[in-house]
Design a protein around this ligand. Structure first.
Ligand code: CMP
Length: 139
């Protein structure tokens, strides 16, 4: 079925000026960017977004990194978009990511791993709603 997923191009992507290169991989994979905005995430926004990880030892570092520079928040649409995008991103740790994936191609470390993608339909809905109004998504 056609689905929507939530994506973030993280600060390591904006810093290195590779957001277009990452978008090219996304589009080549058959996903359509139907919503997109470049923002500076506030500490409060990052803490809310990563709330499920707040007990993890890397939580502070994660919030620090996600607010260290601009990010690009996106809504991606396509056939099985949630699973498809996770395939395209590759494993969380770039050292374990498959050839041709975004993280294998572009990422330096598990923390600075270039992209985020929703892990379920339920979370996609919640995450999209945190950053987008319906009127800013045009399919
Ligand atoms: P993301 O999919 O955005 O959601 C949680 C993030 O936590 C994950 O990407 C990683 O970038 C980050 N993360 C996971 N494990 C570690 C770790 N060991 N150290 C730092 N960051 C991590």
């Amino acid at each position: 079925a056609t689905e929507r997923t939530f994506s973030i191009l993280k600060p390591d992507a904006t810093k290195r000026n590779i957001t277009g290169a990452v978008n090219a991989v996304i589009e080549k994979a058959g996903l359509r960017i139907v919503g997109q905005r470049r923002i500076q995430m506030s500490k409060a926004q990052a803490e809310k977004f990563y709330e499920i990880h707040k007990e993890r030892p890397f939580f502070g570092e994660l919030v620090e990194f996600m607010t260290s520079g601009p990010v690009v928040v996106q809504v991606l649409e396509g056939e099985n978009a949630i699973a498809r995008y996770r395939e395209v991103m590759g494993a969380t740790n770039p050292a374990q990511a498959a050839e041709g994936t975004i993280r294998k191609t572009f990422s330096e470390s598990v923390g600075e791993n270039t992209v985020h993608g929703s892990d379920s339909a339920e979370n996609a809905k919640i995450e999209i709603a945190q950053f987008f109004q319906d009127s800013d998504i045009v399919g």
